[in-house]
Design a protein around this ligand. Sequence first.
Ligand code: ADP
Ligand code: AMP
Length: 223
Amino acid sequence: MRLVILGAPGAGKGTQATLLAEFYHCPHVSTGEIFRRAIAEGTELGREADRHISKGRLVPDDITIELVKQRIEEPDCEHGFILDGFPRTRSQAIMLDQMLEEKHLGLDRAILLELEEEEIYHRLANRRVCSNCGATYHLDSLPPKVPGICDVCGSSLIQRADDNVETIKERIVIYHELTAPVLSYYEEQGSLLVINGEGDIDEVHKRIVSNLETRSLRANDSC
Ligand code: ADP
Ligand code: AMP
């Protein structure tokens, strides 16, 4: 399965990509997570990415495209991947198609998770992530078993530096400005699957899977 998960910040992309990766036994590739790791490690890529991420802006296309190119060349992506947070610009979407075409491959679907802006703020304000493994929690809907501690690796949970009101506002503006054309790009191709991102995590997961599995699904269907 080769999927991309699209949606506004906080729409649930990472959460659903993790579940889809388990379900379809393929890697979850999150460009945001790769950047955050590079920032934590203090690499050159991390320092450059941080300059943009901390302001709520996108990391430049050339850097991001090269990163994804290298990541999907890795052997674990040979039979599929769930791309989370990429593509975020029309150029990235075009480049992804070109990369896949060179291998005589294509995307199965681009999934758009739709969510009201009010709920986006609620989700982001209460998001906590593991400082070590990146696992994601929510103070109300997905709390850790022990407050402040990651269930997976026992490390401490933190709030993402870009999950503050000012940066969230900027990320939403950028989403409408630069990522909206990606939605039309996939809509024109007939590969966009629009999914209602409301409801609990398991409900949204089942909604995605049942729609992916429905062979008779018409292109650009909404559900
Ligand atoms: P994105 O990757 O799109 O930025 P996340 O997957 O990190 O979004 O989700 C944002 C926050 O909302 C996280 O704290 C996550 O635990 C929580 N969350 C995700 N999906 C749901 C859902 N369906 N219902 C309630 N909370 C959710
Ligand atoms: P995310 O974890 O998907 O919310 O991404 C966090 C931040 O990383 C974004 O706000 C961007 O600054 C940066 N980022 C992630 N993916 C991309 C991408 N495809 N293109 C440019 N910047 C990205």
